[in-house]
Design a protein around this ligand. Structure first.
Ligand code: DGL
Length: 269
């Protein structure tokens, strides 16, 4: 079985880990949340690149056979460098699902909710450039949302009000499809539907990301019911008990089926 590292600035990557446990339950995982430094989305590209590389190097030193950079912001700013430095293991990234959104939209009006750093990155703008000129794309930075989710306030009136403000331009433009360009945002699905209605199509790439991981691991299809579940270590740079508590609250997977542990990640320097 492989040991897979999943890294995010905080709890957002739990949405990817959740899907990974669904598709690859037999593997062992280390989930690394850099919550002491979240949000990444309002930091400089150089800071995000060097911190992400340091954390992925740490995961590789722990014996990971593959790493998922479960953060759109870190993928945009750092994945090229991480792949150069850690060239012996697969590094899988996450990026806003612009292509599936173009394919699913009926009216060609798309919203993209992501962090400021992702929206400003060259990688994201190259992605946008490649899509049909007939589509209208409304880009919106979700400033302030990640700290609320990190504080366990995803389902509060405060979050709903901030989200409604951010979604207003997207709603006004009549978007029928919304790309969730930050791994924290799937935890706002309910609130988004409350604001934009049930008919909006939400694009979350976690399933495709894990399929890609599976291909990279060269994992033959297995009957999920018969495999023994692997272990999960939850590592936080801020507070491991809170990370574990939030994982239990936010994830749909049955964590009791896995051997779980939670540890504090001491400063790498
Ligand atoms: N979860 C992250 C992403 O997918 C980063 C959020 C942040 O730390 O600003 O972009």
């Amino acid at each position: 079985m492989a040991l897979i590292g999943v890294f995010d600035s905080g709890v957002g990557g739990l949405s990817i880990l959740d899907e990974a446990l669904r598709q690859l339950p037999e593997h062992d995982f280390i989930y690394l949340a850099d919550s002491a430094h979240a949000p990444y989305g309002e930091r400089s590209g150089a800071w995000i690149a060097s911190r992400s590389l340091a954390l992925c190097t740490y995961l590789a030193s722990q014996g990971c056979d593959a790493i998922v950079v479960a953060c759109n912001t870190a993928t945009a700013e750092a994945i090229a460098q991480i792949r150069i430095e850690l060239d012996t293991i697969p590094i899988v990234g996450v990026e806003p699902g612009i292509k599936p959104a173009v394919m699913q939209s009926q009216n060609g009006v798309l919203g993209v909710l992501a962090t400021e750093a992702t929206l400003n990155s060259d990688k994201f703008n190259a992605l946008l450039h490649a899509i049909s000129p007939n589509c209208t794309v409304i880009k919106q930075a979700g400033a302030g949302l990640v700290p609320l989710i990190e504080a366990g306030k995803a389902n509060t009136d405060e979050t709903l009000a901030l989200l409604a403000k951010h979604l207003e331009p997207i709603q006004k433009a009549g978007a029928d499809t919304l790309v969730l360009g930050c791994t924290h945002y799937p935890f706002l699905n309910k609130a988004i539907h409350q604001i934009l209605g049930e008919s909006i199509t939400l694009i979350d790439t976690s399933e495709a990301v894990v399929r890609q991981l599976k291909r990279q691991l060269n994992n033959p299809e297995k009957k999920v019911q018969t495999v023994k579940a692997g272990s999960i270590i939850f590592l936080s740079s801020k507070d491991e008990k809170t990370l574990l508590k939030m994982a239990k609250e936010l994830m749909r997977s049955d964590l009791n089926a896995h051997a779980i542990d939670a540890k504090l990640l001491r400063d790498l320097e």
